[in-house]
Design a protein around this ligand. Sequence first.
Ligand code: 16G
Length: 240
Amino acid sequence: MIDKTSPLPIYYQLVELIKGMIEKGELKAGDSLPSEREYAERFKISRMTVRQAITELVNSGYLFRQKGVGTFVAEKKIEQQLLGLTSFTEDMQSRGMVPSSKLISFEIVSSPASISEQLNIQEHAPVYEIKRVRLADGIPMALETTFISANLVKGITEDTVSQSLYDYIEKQLSIKIGEATQVLESSVATQQESQFLKIKKGSPILLIQRNTKLADETPLEVVKSSYRADRYKFMITLKR
Ligand code: 16G
């Protein structure tokens, strides 16, 4: 299982071995990992080497440590392809997960300057400001703040945003959504984000801003989202 004559570093072999067990389902989300000492004895390697392997698996999100308790197998991350322009509802449904939303606030406000500029509307024109926690199978995945011109998309209600916004725009209003640009940045959870996402303050998060246009190029939405970095990863296919 660990080949000391192999040119591959021992810690790396242990990383691959544990990863393999997680991928094959021999170690499941929530399972506690044997201690460093047990691994060291089992494979006749040093505890330092075991620690190095475990730290790497913690850093790459396969495992997580709980102070004073132990090391556990993490939930598998949701991998989102950055290919088509999809809604949160569609993304979760295509994975066989149940999407839901927790509405934090829903208001029509006077558009701040930076939002007006991005939506190409007059400063102080009315915009919907919608703050939602997006959940998959009841687990909070992202905190999302959406700005949409109230003169462009009419009739949004609390009910609409508890369901799919894209569905309402396309199916009820027959407005065609075109394309979006998306910017991803890394950050750490603020107090508010940690509270809504049920993670510790300072945990890693992925900040995403999506600017979406309608098919006729009219700016539709500015959406600022904070995704849990322990549950989400994004995949891009690059063609040459
Ligand atoms: C996604 C989009 C968001 C869009 C929402 C609509 C990202 C980063 N954001 O969360 O821009 O408003 O889907 O979802 O992907 P809904 O139709 O389920 O309400």
